[in-house]
Write a protein that binds this ligand. Sequence first.
Ligand SMILES: [Zn+2]
Length: 265
Amino acid sequence: MDRRAFLQSVGAITLFAACGKSKGIIPDEVDNTVLFRFALASDVHYGEAETDYINHINTLKSGFKTFQKNNPCSFFVLNGDIIHNDPKFLVPAYEAVRGLHENLYVTQGNHDRVSDEVWKQIWGHDMDFDVSYGDYAFVFGTTSDAVGALACPNLVKLKTLLDKHKQKKHVFIFWHIHPHGSMKCTGVKELLADYPNVCAVFNGHDHNDESIHTVANIPYMFNGRVAGSWGSFDRNFRVVEVTKNTVVTYLMTPHAKKKQTTLNV
Ligand SMILES: [Zn+2]
């Protein structure tokens, strides 16, 4: 079965917008071997009144544990709004989620109202930071502050991290808030355009959104929510799988797969 027929047969969507290398070209030979896999979720809102955040965290943990047995992920990201406003929730939230994965990375959301110092003490990394695994780099940034104001990504820090990873095959960026939504951040599109290895951006915050928006050739991927008082019906985590010629992504509900999309890279 050729690639197009295969994708049609599984009802999957293909995008040709990522990473700027082989747009629109369908490779003759399909090699579906997963070279690298990671997962993420967002919007746990630990501590929000009249929500069942403990149950939802436990469901996420058991769903991911089952998934991970046959589909090992190198790390898990919680992309912001881990707590709900009050800094007193940070330690119990950390205790509740740290078992998700031995490599757990987090971004600050507008409800994670703690100082940079406290954040680093708990999570072990800065608000803006990066990690790399072989050919792939991962850049994380805050889009808020200690009082919960919305803040565009820090372009100076972003440029430094993107320059550092200019030679990587793929770069993935994590921001809680979509920079091209209500914030209408200036300069982000222009900066990212200089780095054709930026493959995708991941956003939380919009609890109802489980889709992928392509902005200036870069897919911005949303995943619904884990908890919180409003949002998507399913409490998803998103999986990303890198193969030789594609990046495949889908949501887990957390026990069923949905919305698979393939990026040709
Ligand atoms: Zn939220």
